[in-house]
Design a protein around this ligand. Structure first.
Ligand SMILES: C[S@@+](CC[C@H](N)C(=O)[O-])C[C@H]1O[C@@H](n2cnc3c(N)ncnc32)[C@H](O)[C@@H]1O
Length: 262
């Protein structure tokens, strides 16, 4: 990231990532955030003004398949958790490439699939296996129901290559979740667990539909959900337990970058 850079952030949402990029660059730069939802754009504009970044960032409403930016304008065209929500990610990456200048970079930061290391429950082989399995079946189900690849990260080097990009680089970044990690404040861990529990309750039905489409049985889903709800509540009710719990999980993301050919 260098002063003077021209950047496009596609599927920018309310602009968190766009502002993060702007803050990485000391001095001037031109960043355009693009999102298909007008409400996201207006929230992004307000927040960007509040943070004093309007001189660096502008926003446009537009589609990732037809990005409202001229050909070869940008040094960097990027997205964070956009391609996993699209049914035609290759089409979007091709348009991102169109907007990049020759020798410029196209980059994406998206969810990946790392089943074997993402979950471990001590002394409970069954729930460990079930959690890992259901995670995969959920991703398969979303693909069947909505045509989206929630594990698109693993495919990105291939998609980038198909889009004509070269010098492709990939990195994995994994967040780990361990409630007893002393580096994390008790209040933060509790907030996160509370938020996760609320989200779980809200999305339980839809998630079950996706898992069932992926091939999970009702019994498997119910068994895992029962465990998850009981586990989360038990930690929220008992700080001692929370600070001694060793259930471990990770959320893996893939960062892929490729260069537009001269
Ligand atoms: C999970 S959010 C990510 C937002 C932002 N990149 C971030 O990391 O905070 C996905 C965003 O993609 C946008 N989106 C979905 N389909 C799109 C499309 N076809 N063109 C442009 N944006 C799209 C959604 O409106 C949403 O804001």
């Amino acid at each position: 990231m260098k002063p003077g850079m021209k950047i496009v952030d596609v599927g920018c949402g309310t602009g968190d990532f766009t502002r993060y990029l702007a803050n990485l660059i000391p001095g001037k730069c031109e960043i355009i955030g693009v999102d298909i939802r007008a409400t996201n754009i207006s929230t992004a504009q307000k927040q960007t003004k509040k943070e004093g970044l309007s001189g660096k960032i502008t926003f446009r409403k537009g589609d990732a398949y037809d990005i409202p930016v001229e050909d070869r304008w940008a040094d960097l065209v990027c997205c964070r958790t956009l391609l996993m929500h699209l049914t035609e990610p290759l089409k979007a990456v091709k348009d991102m490439s169109r907007v990049a200048r020759k020798g410029g970079t196209v980059a994406a930061f998206e969810r990946g699939r790392f089943e074997s290391f993402y979950f471990y429950v001590p002394n409970d082989k069954r729930i460990t296996k079930l959690g890992i399995k259901l995670g995969g079946l959920y991703v398969d189900g979303v693909r069947k129901l909505e045509g989206k690849y929630f594990d698109i990260g693993n495919r990105l080097p291939t998609i980038f290559h198909e889009a004509g990009l070269r010098e492709i680089m990939a990195e994995v970044q994994a967040d780990t979740y361990l409630t007893s990690d002393p580096r994390r404040k008790l209040e933060d861990v509790k907030d996160e667990l509370g938020f996760n529990l609320e989200t779980f309750k809200e999305t339980k039905k839809l998630d079950a539909k996706a898992m069932a489409s992926g091939g999970a049985s009702r019994k498997q889903i119910e068994e895992y959900n029962r465990w998850y709800e009981r586990w989360t509540k038990s930690l929220l009710d008992d700080h001692q337990k929370l600070r001694n719990d060793t259930v471990f999980s990770t959320g893996g993301m893939v960062l892929v970058a490729g260069r537009k050919q001269e």
